[in-house]
Design a binder for this molecule. Sequence first.
Ligand code: NAP
Length: 242
Amino acid sequence: MTGPSRILVTGAGSGIGRALAELLSRRDVAVVGLDLDPGAKASWPSVEADVSDADAVQVAVDRAAELLGGLEGVANCAGVSLRRSLDLTTAEEWAQVMAVNLTGPFNVCRAALPWLKQAPRPAAIVNIASGAAFRPQVDFSAYCASKGGLVAFGRALAHELAPAGIRVNSLCPGVIATPMIDRALARSSDRDAAEKRFLGLSAMGRMGTAAELAEVAAFLLSDESSYVTGAAWTADGGGTYH
Ligand code: NAP
């Protein structure tokens, strides 16, 4: 794989972000994670920030770029889920989902932009959105809205940043076996039914793995996808058709 060799990965402490940071590191890409808790054991350095905090993100992204000696790629993997019916969703919960899933990538992209523009090679951004941007799910409106917004943000940014040689793509996973899904199953009143519903969202009858998603994210960051920008690339075992 050829492509950016200095990449910032948000949410690198868990799930898809962790698998991506591991994969890139194995491929000799220099990675810095941006995490709420950078204490998690990892072979790459981390900087600390809540992605919804614009000032903290600015400081953390600049620090990451200093550690890497520049920035050629960004993967926005940090995210939160909320399964809640509309009548029970508080304004604070709605705002929190938007702040992390939509404003977070905005904060990170904006802070990274001067570094990406200075990169000596074409740079790339991948935002982990969700199949939920296209396939509605009951009691999931805040999450669906945040991920739909993220896809639209990525498409708009792809056009804005193409003249600067920066590609921007969304990766839209189906149900992926990560701690996020573990927590959703643990919270469910009927775990077997919840698991069956998750499996039913895939034509392949199984959840994806974080490693499978990492492969697609790495592809979208690499030169092998040099004519792909503004895409919403699904990796969902055949679960989403749009
Ligand atoms: P995960 O295992 O829960 O990982 C999410 C990561 O985001 C964690 O490292 C978490 O840190 C970090 N994070 C959460 N809030 C943050 C904040 N405010 N600032 C900085 N970091 C924050 O979940 P995952 O399944 O890998 O999810 C990764 C991305 O894929 C998310 O955007 C998610 O919406 C998306 N996605 C997942 C699935 C799925 O089925 N798993 C499907 C579609 C889309 P802590 O662990 O410290 O909280």
